[in-house]
Design a protein around this ligand. Structure first.
Ligand code: PLP
Length: 476
């Protein structure tokens, strides 16, 4: 046999310890690093040879390039001074679960290709539905059920496919036909771009997605939605899908789900809820108002990989009627046929997603939920909301900044009173210090600094220091 340098179990053990030590060191001093990478385009690739190595290299030389090549090009999402975009938390239990998943190397496309991968996922999604107060319709014990997707973007594609097939009696192209040509979908002007992307991918057409106007809180206006639907019906088009947002990306606005649901029911439209970031808040009873009415949705999605301490990637999608999703996405070539599938007694999650193959992501949820317990996650959420509410008080008292949108949970959007250029300059100067990372949005033509709290290492002291940095830049 050829001499192939596979890593034997003992070397794996030794190097595995080195890698965990390296990561533990990184995570314990992540706060001391400049938050945003300052490399220029091409700097990282310039350090990598143009051709693959002909002979294998020592593991130690790979590890030393982690520090030399990789780290300069890392932006530190795990820094407590991360206030940009939304958080992308990783946590000890989740990292370790991911490692176990990689080590097992399970490909969970069918129940029979690793029953634990499927059955733990089903149970985790039921746990999550209970934790978030989604109601019984989404539980696997009834007609509904949940599935882990890579991202909220994929989740809405799946939901829209099922909605399209419902609206066209299956003639919308999953099973032949092009009866989807007159279909129209709706979301707000503040919805995430993934909704528009989904409409494009599905052949609905981006121009057949109506962007409904919002009110002064940036929440979708139900009256405007109703009017748009009526106008499309009058024009002979077929409204079929409404995507609502529980916490918009730009400003964290909450669409009025109950009123929108009434409109969906009146016209027989699919009602989707995108709670990618703020869905996590619903683990606390006192914040469930943000998604009042979500229990009546046809589909609901949120990202544990943002705020809920589960490493990217891990999105949860629930549907109230799993048969609609499965009918749209199921395909069973001969080589996948097996007794468990044909018995109908098991779930095959390949029928609930776009790819065939799937990782054992449910382990991350299982480890995180068991390590923290519901109480641990709730405490983190409450701490973050409390920090934000104190910050909101400081912003209100400050004469130089004004809040541009309500900030009831963990995202504040504010501008300098001198206008867009000044606000942009302050944010860029703050980021250039390496001490913090902020991102921006544009609301009604106003450039706003988005101050998003959600990294689990962030304490009140970090928030205060970041705010004082912005204040000092606002007067200089
Ligand atoms: N929906 C909302 C409201 C978001 O804020 C985001 C990302 O920030 C997404 C969808 C997209 O998430 P993903 O990266 O999981 O597709």
């Amino acid at each position: 046999m050829a001499d192939i340098p596979h890593m034997d179990p003992e070397s794996f053990r030794r190097h595995g310890h080195e890698v965990i030590d390296w990561l533990a060191d990184y995570l314990s001093d992540v706060e001391s690093r400049p938050v945003m990478s300052t490399v220029e385009p091409g700097d990282v690739s310039g350090m990598i040879p143009s051709h693959p190595p002909e002979s294998g290299e020592a593991f130690s030389s790979i590890m030393s390039d982690l520090d030399k090549v990789v780290m300069p090009g890392i932006t530190h999402w795990q820094s407590p001074n991360w206030f940009s975009y939304f958080p992308s938390n990783s946590s000890g239990p989740s990292i370790l679960a991911d490692l176990v998943s990689s080590g097992l190397g399970v490909q969970g496309m069918l129940w029979s290709t690793s029953p634990a991968c499927t059955e733990i996922e089903t149970r985790m999604l039921d746990w999550m539905a209970e934790l978030l107060g989604l109601g019984d319709r989404f539980l696997s014990t009834g007609t509904g059920g949940g599935v882990i997707q890579d991202t909220a973007s994929s989740a809405v594609v799946c939901a829209m496919i099922a909605a399209r097939d419902r609206a066209t009696d299956g003639k919308g192209s999953s099973h032949g036909g092009s009866a989807h040509e007159t279909l129209v979908a709706y979301t707000s002007t503040q919805a995430h771009s993934s909704i528009e992307k989904a409409a494009g991918i599905l052949g609905i057409g981006r121009t057949n997605l109506r962007l409904i106007e919002v009110d002064e809180t940036y929440a979708m206006c139900p009256v405007a939605l109703g009017k748009a639907i009526e106008a499309d019906l009058a024009a002979g088009l077929r409204p079929f899908f409404v995507s609502t947002t529980v916490g918009t990306t730009a400003s964290g606005a909450f669409d009025p789900l109950e009123q929108i649901h009434d409109i969906c029911r009146e016209h027989g439209l699919w009602f989707h809820v995108d709670a990618a970031m703020f869905g996590t808040a619903a683990c606390c009873e006192e914040y469930r108002w943000i998604q009042a009415g979500c229990q009546a949705a046809d589909s609901y999605t949120m990202n544990p990989h943002k705020w809920m301490l589960v490493n990217f990637d891990c999105n949860c999608l629930w549907v109230a009627d799993r048969s609609e999703l499965i009918n749209s996405l199921s395909i069973l070539p001969d080589y996948l046929r097996n007794q468990a599938t044909t018995s109908g007694a098991v779930i095959d999650y390949r029928d609930w997603q776009i790819p065939l193959g799937r990782r054992f992501r449910a382990l991350k949820l299982w480890f995180v939920l068991r390590h923290y317990g519901a109480e641990g996650i709730r405490s983190m959420v409450r701490d973050h909301v409390a920090m934000m509410q104190e910050l909101v008080g400081w912003i209100r008292e400050d004469g130089n900044f004004e809040l541009m949108a309500p900030a009831p949970l963990t995202l504040a959007c504010f501008s300098h009173v001198d206008g867009n250029e000044r606000t942009r300059a302050i944010m860029e100067a703050a980021n250039a210090t390496g001490k913090v990372a902020f991102s921006h949005a544009t609301l009604d033509g106003r450039y706003v600094i988005r101050f998003s709290i959600g990294q689990w290492r962030t304490s009140r002291a970090h928030v205060k220091a970041a705010w004082e940095l912005l204040q000092s830049l606002s007067v200089s």
